[in-house]
Ligand binder design. Structure first.
Ligand code: F6P
Length: 319
């Protein structure tokens, strides 16, 4: 294999740049030419791609986002769109592809694989919702960002004796809420994976006040419902003073943590090596401290469960 391309697709996440940098430099070290595709699959369809060298990926390991740009492409979901994309890759003589993105992007990568493009996927998403990997690139940074917010909100919660609700991202998955909530000492963590009733939450809040707790932190995963609505409900039902912060895209930005830079660099190195070894149709995951090859067909279209032990521990520690 003499020429490969790298692409970031779907929602950006901190660590994507570190993954691109590693993919480019590892490939170059093996004498392989590397191209960068701009703006995700939309750029692949529009033939927006350029050759990268070692300097093209300098000064990016510390930056969030993705210097290649990214997008969610509707056209790529159509067969004619994908045919155009494949034709463009072939016209440049690109023999292998590394796709960095979440479930939708990896599904797209699988479809390209089915059309004869040799491809390896890397799990890139703040949500940590991809099956076949213990962690996704970007998750650790997003959780640390959420944790920093929780730490700050705790000051006002304690000073005013309020119920502070913090809504975090994660789409239909509770990993960010659970991890940030446990690390942030939240009293309640509401996630889509665990059913809850608003009445019970109000009851627990009043009980915790009776036990001597002066304030409460609640972390709400966006997939579990609107924290704004819940805050209003709690205020009406209990008379407790509530305030709501929706963290939103703040969690998607910022310099990647050490853990994300290492994860991205290691996964990308393995992706290049796997491609050069003739592998295709796989995602590189991280399991038990090792980079592992997972058939991409197994990884996509599924949701990774939360760790029930983490949930249990968070519950015990919140008492
Ligand atoms: O998948 C990453 C994510 O940030 C989710 O947590 C969130 O639900 C979604 O993307 C937001 O997407 P967009 O940036 O398109 O609004």
């Amino acid at each position: 294999m003499k020429k490969i391309a790298v692409i970031t697709s779907g929602g950006d996440c901190p660590g994507m740049n570190a993954a691109i940098r590693a993919a480019v430099r590892v490939a170059l070290a093996h004498g392989v030419e590397v191209w960068g595709i701009r703006n995700g699959y939309a750029g692949m369809i529009a033939d927006n791609m350029t050759k990268l060298d070692s300097r093209s990926v300098g000064d990016i390991i510390q930056k969030g986002g993705t210097f290649l740009g990214t997008a969610r492409s509707e056209e790529f979901k159509t067969l004619p769109g994908r045919q155009k994309a494949v034709a463009n890759l072939q016209s440049h003589g690109i023999e292998g592809l590394i796709v960095i993105g979440g479930d939708g992007s990896l599904t797209g990568a699988k479809q390209l694989g089915d059309m004869g493009i040799k491809m390896v996927g890397l799990p890139g998403s703040i949500d940590n919702d991809i099956w076949g990997t213990d962690y996704t690139i970007g998750f650790d940074t997003a959780v640390n960002t959420a944790l920093e917010a929780i730490n700050k909100l705790r000051d006002t919660a304690s000073a005013h004796g309020r119920v502070m609700l913090v809504e975090v991202m994660g789409r239909n998955c509770g990993w960010i809420a659970l991890t940030a909530g446990l690390a942030g000492g939240a009293e309640s963590i509401l996630i889509p994976e665990v059913p809850f009733s608003r009445e019970d939450i109000c009851k627990q809040l009043l009980e915790s006040r009776a036990k001597g707790k002066q304030y409460s932190i609640m972390v709400v995963a966006e997939g579990a419902g609107s924290a704004i609505e819940l805050g209003q409900y709690i205020r009406t039902k209990t008379g407790l003073e509530t305030r709501v912060s929706v963290l939103g895209h703040i969690q998607r930005g910022g310099a990647p943590t050490v853990a994300d830079r290492l994860l991205a660099s290691r996964l990308a190195e393995t992706a290049v090596r796997s491609l050069l070894a003739g592998k295709s149709g796989i995602m590189i995951g991280y399991h038990n401290q090792q980079c592992v090859e997972v058939p991409i067909a197994d990884a996509v279209g599924k949701k990774k469960d939360i760790d029930p032990e983490l949930y249990r521990l968070a519950d015990v520690l919140s008492q």
